[in-house]
Design a binder for this molecule. Structure first.
Ligand code: ARG
Length: 463
């Protein structure tokens, strides 16, 4: 309970404590306690620097460093008494340190402010998440490579407008997602490299008159360098926005793959079977096996993109430097990061367990006149027709097959010749789906040999 006659934190200036509602809207300890390890790491680096520069004594710095480790272990074991009247993780840690070591605790906050402190803690946290997400993505890429390798030459329909377009290979389709998730990895790496500047020592907004060593704290915390402008250092949340931007794109990729899994696992498609481990049943329809994990993954982008929009909206009108609005950054990023990590793990499991129904894929690839382009290309190559004329002749043959209720290879040579008198038997060779995919040997094309080139390139990249 707050003592209303006294102010716990700003006793000197304030005669009364805050209203309960003020405390409720102001406090962030309910969520920013997640930053405890980073806060303690930052404070230990700061204390060591204060001693090295002679701003505090070695013995005080030692007491602070030791005391902070005790606080950390209390937090880790759940013994730490979080107090909402102390607002946030920074004040909670410092107050507990005071209880543990007494007077030297009051020297820790020399030459810094909660503004550079929170900017430092949060950067460290987001930086760790970039590494964790990169790991999750790499595991998913490996699972996709496994699928691609197993089915490098399995034929399936390729779609545009979700209408049968041309035959492609299962491996090629899996490798398309490897490219997407590979770009995600590079986005998180880029963001990580850009955010790796230390705000500590920017103090409230203007720097400090104490002879601090910002290079030293930056180095101790694994930053490449200290941030070069103190106003920017405390008011910048680009790193969080970049993380959310990269997370949104990654979640969009997950959502597209999830959508394909939902479609492919339906009774109408039967392209894949999702394992029991990643499916659910229906409480009323005994035959049902639902792709719930894929559906949820499809929806998760909503939360992540929502977090992205929310933080943009928080930041867009803020004057320099720090404003309390910025406290609203954390919950969005925490939730987006948790959601993305869970989503990556779920997709990895689903892809690993996935069974592609090879026979169904091939049967579907052969229907819907999927080799019509191969026929048109043959008319160009073998008979020397201009492509536009070849397109027209092929269209007539598709119409004929449609009327007859058959696929292109089922038309007789006489029927073919009704459309163009010079067509020969050789045309049937290009109408088969295996020949069709095998012929697409251009770089990045769907031919199994090309797909294997890309699989090998990715495996090399991951070693
Ligand atoms: N809890 C605050 C936050 O998350 C810490 C910084 C507070 N700074 C201040 N001047 N009130 O942003």
């Amino acid at each position: 309970m707050t003592d209303k006659t006294r102010n716990t934190m700003w006793g000197g200036r304030f005669a009364a404590g805050p209203d309960a509602i003020m405390e409720a809207i102001n406090a962030s300890i309910g969520f920013d306690q997640r930053l405890a390890p980073q806060d303690i790491q930052g404070s230990r680096a700061h204390a060591a620097m204060l001693a090295a520069t002679g701003i505090i004594s070695d013995s005080d710095a030692e007491a602070i460093g030791e005391g902070l480790l005790t606080v950390l272990s209390e937090i880790e074991t759940g013994a730490f008494p979080f107090r909402v009247e102390l607002e946030d993780i920074h004040m909670n840690v410092e107050a507990r340190l005071k209880e543990l070591i007494g007077e030297p605790a009051g020297r820790l906050h020399t030459g810094r402010s909660r503004n550079d402190q929170v900017a430092t803690d949060f950067r460290l946290w987001v930086r760790d998440q970039c590494d964790a997400v990169t790991e999750g993505l790499t595991a998913l890429i490996r699972a996709l490579l496994g699928q691609a390798e197993a089915g490098a030459d399995w034929v399936m329909p390729g779609f545009t407008h979700l209408q049968t377009a041309q035959p492609v290979t299962w491996g090629h389709h899996m490798m398309a997602y490897v490219e997407m998730f590979g770009r995600d990895v590079s986005r998180f790496r880029d963001a990580r490299a850009r955010m790796n500047e230390g705000p500590l020592g920017a103090a409230a907004l203007a720097g400090t008159s104490f002879p601090i060593d910002r290079e030293m704290t930056a180095k101790a915390l694994g930053f490449d360098r200290p941030a070069a402008n103190s106003l920017d250092a405390v008011s910048d949340r680009d790193f969080a926005l970049e993380f959310l931007g990269a997370a949104s794109i990654c979640a969009m990729h997950l959502s597209r793959l999830a959508e394909e899994l939902v479609i492919w696992s339906s009774a109408q498609f039967r392209f894949v079977t999702i394992s029991d481990r990643f499916s659910t049943g229906s409480s009323i329809m005994p035959q049902k096996k639902n792709p719930d994990a894929a559906e949820l993954l499809r929806a998760k982008l909503g939360r992540i993109l929502g977090a992205n929009v929310a933080l943009f909206t928080v930041m867009k009108g803020l004057p320099l430097a720090y404003s309390k609005d910025m406290q609203e950054d954390k919950e969005q990023v925490f939730d987006a990061a948790d959601t993305l990590m869970l989503g990556l793990a779920a997709m990895e499991g689903m892809v690993r367990d996935l069974t592609a129904n090879r026979a169904n894929l091939e049967a579907a690839a052969a229907s819907g006149f999927s080799t019509a382009t191969d026929l048109a290309d043959w008319l160009v190559r073998a008979l020397g027709l201009p492509f536009r004329d070849a397109h027209h002749v092929t269209g007539a043959l598709v119409k004929r097959a449609e009327e007859k209720g058959c696929d292109l290879p089922d038309l007789t040579l006489d029927e073919m010749r009704d459309a163009h008198a010079d067509i020969t038997d050789a045309v049937y060779e290009v109408l088969g789906v295996h020949n069709s995919v095998a012929s697409r040997t251009s770089y990045g094309g769907t031919a199994p040999e090309q797909v294997r080139v890309q699989i090998a390139r990715w495996k090399e990249k991951l070693t």
